[in-house]
Design a protein around this ligand. Structure first.
Ligand SMILES: [Zn+2]
Length: 109
């Protein structure tokens, strides 16, 4: 369950950058093809933020599906989260987006 480590990393990064103050809301972007399960991050967020400046903060997660481009036929399509395969049968696809994992915004009071 690497979502725990990822959530800890996010919380540490925010705590480090904010320093003083109290975080009331965090918005993350976790692409469907990033390999990170947003629900697991939601689950970890409460326990991980306990005792930090993020305790009690609201967590919003954007989950963009992303886009693939087939190098064989040129088709642009939404990738399956587990494997990218074009309708033409080619696996030679370029994943253009959907692998994002970033902190979009942090609300501080
Ligand atoms: Zn194709």
């Amino acid at each position: 369950m690497h979502e725990l480590a990822i959530t800890q990393g996010v919380v540490e990064a925010i705590s480090h950058r904010i320093g003083e103050g109290r975080v009331v809301a965090v918005r993350l972007q976790i692409g469907k093809s990033s390999g990170v399960v947003a629900d697991s991050v939601r689950f970890c967020f409460g326990p991980v933020t306990e005792g930090t400046i993020l305790e009690g903060a609201r967590l919003d997660i954007d989950e963009p599906v992303g886009q693939c481009c087939c190098r064989t036929c040129g088709e642009v399509f939404e990738p399956d989260p587990r494997f990218a395969l074009c309708a033409c049968g080619s696996a030679d696809v370029e994943v253009r987006s959907g692998q994002e994992l970033r902190i979009l915004s942090v609300e501080v009071v």
